[in-house]
Design a protein around this ligand. Sequence first.
Ligand code: FAD
Ligand code: FES
Length: 319
Amino acid sequence: MPKISFAEHSYDCLANETVLECLLRHNVEVPSSCHAGACQTCMMRVIEGTVPTSSQAGLKPTLIQQGYFLACICKPEQDITVVVAGEDVITKTSATLLEKTLLSEKICRLRFQCQQAFDFQAGQFVNLHRADGLVRSYSIASLPSENVIELHVELIPNGQMSHWLHKELQPGDSVALDGPHGECFYINDKPTQNLLLIGTGSGLAPLWGIARDALAQGHSGEIHLFHGSRGSDKIYLQSELKQLASKHSNFFYTGCVSGEETPGYTAGRANEVALQQHPKLDGWRVYLCGHPEMVNGTKKKAFLAGASFNEIYADPFTF
Ligand SMILES: Cc1cc2nc3c(=O)[nH]c(=O)nc-3n(C[C@H](O)[C@H](O)[C@H](O)COP(=O)(O)OP(=O)(O)OC[C@H]3O[C@@H](n4cnc5c(N)ncnc54)[C@H](O)[C@@H]3O)c2cc1C
Ligand code: FES
């Protein structure tokens, strides 16, 4: 009889009983709705042991990789420890700024060293806490192997955190980070699949991490990265991206400027240029990061162009 450990208690699971049925039978309150594996309300995460793969049907590959499953269709075959999705154990660590570099007029790169072990995937995000309690989210541009947390921060007019990070925070100063959060990252489940990466402004941060992670893991499908902004003041890392393209024959980079025509850049919005060049996305995986309007609008368009909903990873930088 497998045992289910949840919130510091352990429950015996009867033969043929699901995790949800077992917890409800013991009067443990956990969210649920359809009890049929459709609504995902009962999503949990296994933190010890493994769950049958059938209990992960319909979940995004990045959720599956992190151990998420649906409690209402999960009949455990071994002892497991689980948490409700969203109540996972999140690491909070102090992080010291190692280096600050201006990458364009409006974007700076911050590299932090964490004081505690901090597991993450390139493309996930952290919440950055200032000592007075101000908190903002920033996406991780570095790979775990680089042993730093790299963030790209756009200077927002009158923006409290972005001004402070650009103008005041100095190497040697510390902040607190919690995370990692989000499911916008690369996993090597379909190495020949084509990937479309579209970002605006500092939305390049997660994509820079995801593209390099995919290449480092030997992804052999095509990887097309479109980065754009209204003006060239938020376009950055062009030479690094061009270098990456010259080193990897399956990586393609297009920098787009939608305002004034700018030599060296494709004219137009990154999302529109990308979908004009790739109007059929059947079988593709799509990553969208940056301005919420662009991300949410392009999500629908990518779906209409044939990308499966489960293959679209969207990270709107909501403010
Ligand atoms: C999941 C997630 C990931 C994110 N990743 C990044 C990242 O990698 N890099 C990054 O730079 N930002 C990122 N952001 C946005 C970031 O969290 C902050 O919202 C941003 O830095 C502005 O904070 P602020 O304190 O400077 O501005 P605030 O003081 O919060 O805002 C000042 C004013 O500017 C407006 N405003 C805020 N942001 C914008 C904007 N982008 N465009 C136009 N007006 C705006 C506000 O509505 C407000 O009126 C992310 C957000 C989310 C939710
Ligand atoms: S309750 Fe709907 S998927 Fe489990």
